[in-house]
Write a protein that binds this ligand. Structure first.
Ligand code: AMP
Length: 377
């Protein structure tokens, strides 16, 4: 793969904030971006050279999009793999549609991970109610029942605590097949964002800790406050996954640190990830730059972290209403995504707070460092 020359155009499927921040990184490297999205005035379009407004399944829109670009990537996973196949017949697509197919389907994903020796929570595929009962008998309760496709931020899943929970959860979750997962008694949730280039070059950011609220990422601490051996296991898992996929691009591996110290993969996402937003401010080359470099066939720089960081998402109306105060608070680095309406649960922006390397504060210090944002419900 030859390096994409400056002034070339990178096509990004999806118009959200991940596309927006990728386009901003691409611009710094002298590339233009062209977005495919059905949404007018999307966050990514606002900072890009062009847009094809159309549906991800519409062959005419896909062809128009492909005609405007030199190489194609995607910023979210709920695009159809068939659509990406059509794009791949017209222009290079990185990561490949084969990688997307694995990450889009929890059964394919867990089968792939276990097949390369990467542990996950115990799981069973579930098509019929009888299969659900058999799976619960094997894995026990509590457990989590999830749809295999189109789930994100906690949507499409139900916690099963008692046998009475089975029937309503089974009826509510569609389409089938579903996946039953044993509940992991985790000490914390962590992730590693890593890139792999066309030449096999590999760069991984440090392992970070993620805290969720209402199933949505709330805070990321970089680096994770975990034992060195655990952080290294997570790095090794991320390497095994990226190499196993033959990835060209960026991939986030979300993991649980179990109470006994084992690292189990929850899910993988072959794109920039919310738990990597801190890299914009704490690293010379961010996750978005590594993503663009990999897609453009450039050599990957090392994923160096010059500072420790706390990243806090701005979700929904209450946190977004604090924007003027955030702007007036020294030390909070503000990022807003250009979305018109702050609906509940919608990611509107984030803030980053930097600390000298090795000086990430303890719990009270982290809360204090977020100022007005600490504890907003
Ligand atoms: P997911 O949609 O699979 O990323 O799950 C969203 C969140 O639900 C995770 O970040 C965890 O906090 C929790 N979760 C999902 N699966 C499990 C599991 N098997 N055991 C414990 N917690 C889980």
């Amino acid at each position: 793969m030859t390096a994409l020359p400056p002034n070339s155009t990178i096509g990004i499927v999806g118009g959200g904030q991940l596309g927006r921040m990728s386009a901003m990184a691409a611009a710094r490297l002298g590339y233009r971006c062209h977005i495919l999205t059905p949404e007018p005035d999307s966050p990514a379009q606002q900072v890009s050279a062009g847009v094809t407004l159309g549906d991800y399944e519409d062959p005419a829109a896909l062809r128009d999009f492909a005609a405007h670009v030199d190489v194609i990537t995607f910023e979210f996973e709920n695009v159809s793999a068939e659509g990406l196949d059509l794009l791949a017949s017209l222009k290079p697509v990185h990561p490949s549609p084969a990688v997307l197919r694995i990450s889009q389907d929890r059964i394919a994903e867990k089968s792939f991970l276990n097949g390369i020796g990467v542990p996950t929570a115990p799981w069973r595929p579930v098509e019929t109610f009888a299969e659900l009962e058999a799976a619960v008998a094997e894995l026990g309760l509590p457990a989590i029942l999830k749809t295999t496709r189109l789930g994100y931020d906690g949507r499409g899943q139900a916690r099963l605590r008692t046998p009475d929970d089975l029937a309503p959860a089974y009826a509510a979750l569609l389409p089938r097949p579903l996946v039953l997962e044993g509940l992991v008694d985790f000490a914390c949730e962590i992730s590693v964002v890593a890139a792999r280039g066309a030449d096999g070059g590999f760069s991984a950011f440090d392992t970070v800790e993620n805290r969720h609220r209402d199933h949505i990422l709330d805070v990321t601490l970089a680096p994770a406050r975990i034992q060195d051996a655990t952080a290294e296991s997570a790095q090794a898992v991320a390497r095994r996954v990226t190499d196993g996929l033959g990835l060209i691009g960026l991939l986030a591996t979300e993991m649980f640190v179990a109470a006994d110290g084992r690292v189990l993969v929850n899910e993988i996402a072959p794109r920039p990830h919310n738990s990597g937003h801190w890299t914009i401010d704490a690293c010379p080359a961010s996750q978005f730059e590594l993503h663009i470099r990999a897609v453009a066939g450039l050599k990957l720089p090392a994923a160096v972290r010059h500072s420790d960081a706390v990243m806090k998402n701005l979700v929904g109306p209450a946190e977004t209403a604090l924007w003027p105060t955030i702007l007036a608070t020294p030390g909070l680095i503000p990022h807003l995504y250009g979305k018109a309406e702050a609906r509940p649960g919608r990611k509107m922006g984030h803030v980053t707070r930097l600390f000298p390397r090795g000086a990430l504060p303890g719990e009270f210090g982290v809360a204090a460092s977020l100022g007005v944002l600490a504890g907003v419900e």
